[in-house]
Every structure is written in C-alpha cells, then in structure tokens.
Design a protein. Structure first.
Length: 108
C-alpha cells in the first residue's frame, strides 16, 4: 500500500508544476505554505514506510494533515483568482486519494 500512496503523492506534486509558479508570482507566502505542505506529504509517507508501526501511523496521519493543507492552499489560490479551478482539479483528486489512504494507514 505504501508504494501506491507514495506514487499518488508524487503525481500530486508533479501536478503542481504549472500552478506553483503562478502562485509564487502572486503570493509568495501562500506559495511557501503549499510547497512546504506538499513536501511534507511525500516525505512523511516515505518516513512511515521505514519506521516501526507506531511511528508509521503517526507519519501517515501527518501526511493526511499536510495533504489537506495543500488542498486548502489550492482552494485559496482559486478563490483569490491566482489560478483557474480546472488547473488544480487533478491535483485535488490525487490529494483526496492520498488523504483516504493515509488516514486508513494511520489506523484512525
């Protein structure tokens, strides 16, 4: 399962290639927040894969929280008119799947 979740998280990160530069030009703070949160998603999943079960559950829970943070940041970018909704839709779908998988893996 960890391989699938990591793959989806990386797909979401790749989907931000066109969005992040636009956000960065308009709102450096929001860019930083989205960028750090996306990094956190991928890195927490990787860390979970190499840890004991208790720590792994905590890292998967953190990955879910960070994925929700990225989603909220993207929603703000759309609300502020920085990017169009269709540009973030695929990323949002991937992050929703990452949230669902990481939440289940966290044991919550």
């Amino acid at each position: 399962m960890a391989f699938i979740i990591q793959q989806r998280a990386l797909e979401a990160a790749g989907g931000l290639q066109e969005v992040l530069p636009v956000v960065r030009k308009r709102d450096k703070s929001l860019f930083d927040q989205i960028h750090r949160a996306m990094n956190s998603v991928v890195l927490n999943i990787a860390e979970a894969d190499g840890n004991d079960p208790g720590t792994a559950k905590a890292r998967f829970a953190s990955a879910c929280g960070s994925a929700k943070e990225v989603r909220a940041g993207l929603q703000l970018a759309v609300a502020y008119g920085y990017v169009a909704d269709p540009r973030v839709k695929e990323v949002d779908i991937a992050l929703d799947q990452v949230c669902a998988m990481s939440w289940r893996l966290s044991g919550r």
